[in-house]
Structures are given as structure tokens and as C-alpha cells.
Design a protein around this ligand. Structure first.
Ligand SMILES: Cc1cc2nc3c(=O)[nH]c(=O)nc-3n(C[C@H](O)[C@H](O)[C@H](O)COP(=O)(O)O)c2cc1C
Length: 357
């Protein structure tokens, strides 16, 4: 009860600040892991299990997760608040984007909040502490080490390239970040989709994906690829085919949508939902369930989660919903997901996956 009220008050107070200041202060507070004083054993997924609803998901290369809701990349770029984020109930967390060398990102202001639309636009530009500092931080957090069956939460790394790295150096950047976290992370996501690093999206070609698979060799099973939602169907489906042929772990769909108005950058939140779901449909059309997918983009409710699962997502991630709804978001989404599953007649997420087709 106390935990709930404090979390709600904190989240509302942060909304009064400009968006990046709110995010920075929120991260500083989370880094102190304040919820450790309010032990609460009622894990959000336990509620569904008690109702006989199966919400476990199994992701090849990542392992079994107690439920599908993870934290999308960009929220805890520097891995400073993992313990607190695990306490909020996420089943998996993607840190980063991490680049080989630290970067300050684009000039501020670079994050814009549109409360009425439940949307954000960002042009952060991969601000992060770089591979050495972030991997040291993760290492000092022993409970998250790779393959630790006790790890409460699967931690993955979103891999970016430095802004000043030319396109023909991108694979070296990706390999350097991967090497830095090889024994620390349960999965990796190569980011070919941020709209805020010039030239990054242009790397998303079937040839480049084939080359990535060649260079990473057997490691490729633990490596997922995140694409943008702005391609046409044909180009996108060719990339999905290449991802399958290359033997990647799976697809993270999608990153933000590129916009120029009212600000230039990447659009996230509710307005992205329809487009991101269409992209899941295009991917399913190619692989019919053979390639695992994490659905991201616009989730604000349990119904939005189920909409992605029935379109073939194995798991989902959120970013903007956490910014607007605050720290109770995972528990609330899980409760909503349970209601939606019962209403639509699914006894497990496994039964729901792909039911749209
Ligand atoms: C401020 C901000 C920073 C982000 N940084 C990254 C990033 O570094 N790497 C990445 O792959 N996606 C990044 N994203 C995209 C999110 O991971 C996610 O794909 C997108 O926000 C859509 O999900 P949502 O509608 O739930 O927010 C960022 C999003 C926001 C709002």
C-alpha cells in the first residue's frame, strides 16, 4: 500500500519536469533502489498463474521468462538502475544502446513529451557511457551474469555504432560491444533502426545481414535484430528472410517511427501501435512462426500486449508506457492482460500466439 502510493506520487511529480530532466531524476531515484525497503513478494505474473492463465514464454537463446513484458532499449542506457527495474517486475531488460566509445549524443532539447497523444519524440543520438564503463557496471552487479539460472531477469544489450564510425566500420563496432558483454548478457540486439544516427538505417540490407551472420558465427543465435517501422513491405520482408537464413535469435519489432513534425526524431507511444503491429504481420507472413519476435511499439494496455501476441510476438517490450504510467505499469499491464486473455478465451499465451492469422 505504502509502496503503491509512493510510486504513484513519485511518477506524477516527475511529469511536472521537462521530459529529459524527469527521466534523469527518475533514473537517479531508481538507482538508489528505493523499493527495497518495501518488500513485496506478489510478483505481477503470480496473479495470472493463480487464475490458471499460462503466461510463461520461452525465447530461444534467452531462455524461459516468467511473463512476456520487458523493458525496451534506451530507458536504462547505462545499466544504472537494474535492481530497481527488476523490482518493478520486468521479465527482461534491454540496456543500451551501447557504443564502443562513450558519446554525449545530440544537443538538448532532444526529448519531447505529448501527453494527450501518449507519445514521445526523441533524437537522443545514442548518448551512453561506452562499452568499458557499462560492462564494468554490469559485472559489479553479480546477480545478472549470463546463464545464472537464479538471475531474476534476463538482461540484454542493445548494440549501436559510434556516430563517427563510417558505415564500413559498423560491424567492427558491433563486434566490439558484443565482446565486451559476451559473458555478462543473456541476449544482444543489433540496432539497425534508430533514426537518430546518420547512416544507421541504411545498413539494413540483406547483404549486410548476411555479413553479420558470417562474422558472428555460432554466436548469432543469441543475437537479435531490431528494425524500423518505416520501410515498405517488400524491402522489409527481404530483411526478415535474411534474418532467418542468417540464423539470428529473432526480431525486435519495432524501433521508433521517423517524423519531422512537430519535432524531428523518432516517434514512440500510442501513435506507433498500428504501424508496429502491421510490421509484425508482414514478418509473420514471411516466417509463419519460425522466427521468434519481440513486439515493441505503442503498448499502453494489456489488450495492446495481446494484440501483439496474436500477431505472432513471443514477448513484448515497453518504453513510453513506463514514462507515462510510472513504476506500477508492469503490474497493471499484467492484470489487464489477464482480463483480456479470459475475455478472448485464451488459457495461455502459447495458445494465443499467432491466433490472428
Ligand atoms: C528516449 C528514447 C530513447 C530510445 N533509445 C533507444 C536505443 O538506444 N536503442 C533502441 O533500439 N531503441 C531505443 N528507443 C526505442 C524504444 O526501445 C522502443 O523501440 C520505442 O520507444 C517504441 O516502444 P514504445 O512505444 O513502448 O515506447 C528509444 C526510445 C525513446 C523514447
Amino acid at each position: 500500500m505504502v509502496r503503491k502510493s509512493l510510486a504513484e506520487i513519485g511518477a506524477k511529480a516527475l511529469q511536472l519536469l521537462p521530459p529529459e530532466a524527469a527521466h534523469d531524476l527518475g533514473m537517479q531515484l531508481l538507482a538508489l533502489d528505493p523499493l527495497r525497503f518495501f518488500a513485496d513478494d506478489s510478483a505481477p505474473f503470480a496473479v495470472l498463474e493463480r487464475q490458471g492463465l499460462g503466461c510463461k514464454v520461452n525465447l530461444p537463446g534467452i531462455g524461459e521468462l516468467p511473463h512476456p513484458i520487458g523493458l525496451a532499449a534506451g530507458f536504462d542506457k547505462n545499466a544504472v538502475a537494474l535492481k530497481a527495474l527488476v523490482r518493478l517486475g520486468f521479465s527482461h531488460i534491454e540496456i543500451g544502446a551501447v557504443t564502443p566509445r562513450p558519446q554525449t549524443g545530440n544537443p538538448k532539447p532532444r526529448l519531447f513529451r505529448y501527453r494527450e497523444d501518449l507519445a514521445l519524440i526523441n533524437r537522443m543520438g545514442f548518448n551512453n557511457d561506452g562499452v568499458t564503463k557499462i560492462s564494468d557496471r554490469l559485472r559489479s552487479n553479480g546477480s545478472f551474469v549470463a546463464n545464472d539460472s537464479c538471475a531474476a531477469c534476463a538482461v540484454g544489450v542493445n548494440i549501436g555504432k559510434n556516430k563517427d564510425t563510417p558505415p564500413d566500420g559498423a560491424i567492427d563496432d558491433f563486434m566490439e560491444v558484443h565482446a565486451g558483454f559476451k559473458d555478462l548478457a543473456r541476449f544482444f540486439v543489433i540496432n539497425l533502426s534508430s533514426p537518430n544516427t546518420p547512416g544507421l538505417r541504411e545498413l539494413a540490407t540483406p547483404e549486410f545481414i548476411a555479413e553479420l551472420a558470417r562474422q558472428f558465427g555460432p554466436e548469432i543465435q543469441k543475437i537479435w535484430i531490431k528494425f524500423d517501422p518505416d520501410m515498405n513491405r517488400d524491402s522489409f520482408q527481404k530483411l526478415v528472410e535474411a534474418t532467418g537464413v542468417g540464423g539470428f535469435g529473432g526480431l525486435v519489432l519495432t524501433n521508433t517511427q521517423r517524423v519531422n513534425k512537430p519535432e524531428s526524431g523518432g516517434l514512440s507511444g500510442q501513435p506507433l501501435l498500428g504501424r508496429a503491429n502491421t510490421v509484425l504481420e508482414w514478418a509473420w507472413d514471411v516466417h509463419r512462426g519460425k522466427i521468434p519476435m519481440i513486439g515493441v511499439g505503442g503498448i499502453m494496455s494489456g489488450g495492446d500486449i495481446l494484440d501483439k501476441i496474436v500477431r505472432g510476438a513471443n514477448a513484448v517490450q515497453i518504453y513510453t508506457a513506463l514514462a507515462f504510467q510510472g513504476p506500477l505499469v508492469v503490474a497493471n499491464l499484467m492484470a489487464g492482460l489477464g482480463v483480456e486473455m479470459r475475455q478472448r478465451g485464451f488459457s495461455s499465451l502459447e495458445a494465443a500466439r499467432g491466433a490472428h492469422y
